[in-house]
Design a protein around this ligand. Structure first.
Ligand code: BG6
Length: 485
């Protein structure tokens, strides 16, 4: 990594900066991974100065970290890097203040933790103020648009000032250890990759279940829904990592090209198939971990009498290529579900002929790739039961690869630590290319249009459940069932 790197965070007083970006930079610094000379400019509209900003950040960190883990020395070192610069993002002339801080010969990383509607104008003002050089990088948070057309506009506006090789589009799922481990699991293990296709795999399930609701974002979320919030980005990225063809190397361009091919091979869910292949749900009041929670329409900030917005999606997806012909991928994600679970389950086919009647008709092998909780990989297998009395009785056993135990680290790094490190290194392998974003919107737009044209209504589900019963039917129609814990 070059040592001449500085970071500018736009939206430095916002939630993302407070919860993720500043803590991630602090952790990187603490681990000795930030170059000594790296400076961090926190940019926002509020009229405060650097001293006040540092004071707020120290209070924030003291709330975030246990008292006994607080490292005063590491904090002092990190706080010296921080500078607060007041900029009203809509005012061109206010970027002059930032220009004074920018040093031409250093690589500037501009992180836009702002609403996407500001991306284009911030890039323009940066360029007008002379803050953009051929080495400057820009980091964009999701959502990039709400459909293909609007994402093209955002990408087009940013692309006027930054070359694609300097644009880093965040999908924080790609920063998670287990998602990166999918590459190692799939492509470093002959035993796994030789059986990674329709000859051995019956189907794949991808679940991202959350217990949280919409966290005070009702008016935003009601225009977005779970398909745009979670499927278009995180679930489709997971699907890519599970199903793409092996790249010829681990270079960013090679990996990203394979993901684009996969996204383009997704079979569209058209109007005639939409009822059988896609379920929309909306939570009603219920219980989570023994406490009552309100329904979507009773959430704080709800402004309407009715809403057909989905807080849950279940999909049956087909990939039209040689490897995956005939293998369904079942995807589901929802708010206010029973547990917080994010996992991929690979369900292998049954044996062609069964020697063990007790295992007949069920999948003997399942590979569970868990992102949260307890990051790790489990392989379910059948083994002989240890017993003198029984002749050859079998039982299910699990081979367990627990990341936390094996890493030797006292903590697993947050996704944003990894992502910020990769931006600083100038490696785009964990970032989403323009082609990927546009291919995924193209597919989601088709599904959204099918829902709209067929007037598909959301099905209610109780908070604290696993989603609407219609989602059970979606998979049970194929004589399969969702893999819960
Ligand atoms: C975000 C969504 O991108 O991902 C949120 O906007 C969601 O609605 C979050 O809660 C889930 O992330 P994670 O890492 O907790 O699974």
């Amino acid at each position: 990594m070059s040592s001449n790197i500085d970071l500018v965070i736009f939206g430095a007083r916002g939630d993302l900066a407070k919860r993720k970006l500043l803590p991630a930079l602090y952790q990187l610094d603490k681990a000795g991974l930030l170059p000594d000379s790296t400076r961090v400019a926190a940019v926002a509209r509020e009229n405060i100065d650097t001293v006040e900003f540092i004071k707020h950040t120290s209070e924030l960190f003291k709330d975030l970290y246990d008292k006994d883990k607080w490292d005063e020395k590491a904090w002092t070192r990190f706080s010296r890097r921080l500078h607060y610069i007041k900029v009203d993002f809509s005012q061109k002339k206010e970027f002059a203040g930032l220009k004074q801080w920018v040093v031409d010969k250093r690589t500037m990383i501009y992180y836009l933790a702002t609403p996407p509607s500001l991306f284009g104008s911030i890039c323009k003002h940066l360029d007008d103020a002379g803050c953009v050089t051929p080495t400057s990088r820009i980091v964009l948070e999701k959502p990039i648009g709400h459909d293909l057309q609007s994402s093209e506009q955002v990408n087009g506006a940013v692309g006027q000032y930054f070359d694609e090789r300097n644009i880093y589009r965040i999908d924080h799922y790609l920063g998670k250890e287990t998602v990166q481990n999918l590459l190692a699991l799939r492509f470093a293990n002959r035993m796994i990759n030789s059986q990674w296709d329709n000859s051995c795999i019956d189907h794949v399930q991808i679940t991202a279940a959350e217990t949280v609701g919409i966290e005070g974002r009702w008016s935003y979320y009601d225009k977005v829904g779970q398909l745009r919030d979670m499927v278009q980005n995180h679930l489709l990225q997971l699907l890519c990592m599970v199903a793409m063809e092996p790249p010829s190397s681990l270079k960013a361009d090679e990996i990203r090209a394979e993901k684009v091919k996969l996204l383009r091979a997704l079979r569209p869910i058209c109007e005639d198939k939409v009822e059988d292949h896609a379920v929309r749900g909306q939570y009603s009041a219920g219980w989570i971990s023994g406490s009552p929670v309100v329904g979507y329409m009773e959430e704080e900030g709800c402004e309407s009498d009715s809403s057909n917005n989905e807080t849950y999606v279940a999909l049956k997806v087909h990939i039209d290529n040689w490897r995956w012909a005939g293998v369904p991928f079942y995807l589901r994600t929802g708010k206010r579900m029973q547990d917080k679970v994010t996992q991929v389950v690979i369900v292998y086919k049954d044996n062609p002929h069964s020697l063990f009647p007790e295992t007949e008709g069920e999948a003997n092998n399942k590979l569970v790739i868990r992102l949260q909780p307890n990051e790790g990989i489990e392989l379910e297998m059948v083994s002989k039961k240890q017993s003198l009395k029984e002749r050859l009785k079998t039982e299910k056993r699990t081979l367990n690869l627990d990341f936390f135990d094996s890493s030797g680290e006292s903590r697993i790094a947050d996704a944003y630590e990894r992502l910020l490190l990769e931006v600083m290194k100038g490696d785009q392998w964990l970032f989403v290319s323009r082609d990927e974003i546009e291919a995924s919107w193209h597919w989601c737009d088709r599904l959204l249009a099918s829902w709209r044209d067929k007037k598909v209504a959301t099905k209610p589900y109780s908070a604290g459940s696993w989603g609407p019963s219609r989602a059970e039917i979606l998979i049970e129609n194929d004589n399969r069932s969702w893999q819960e814990e």
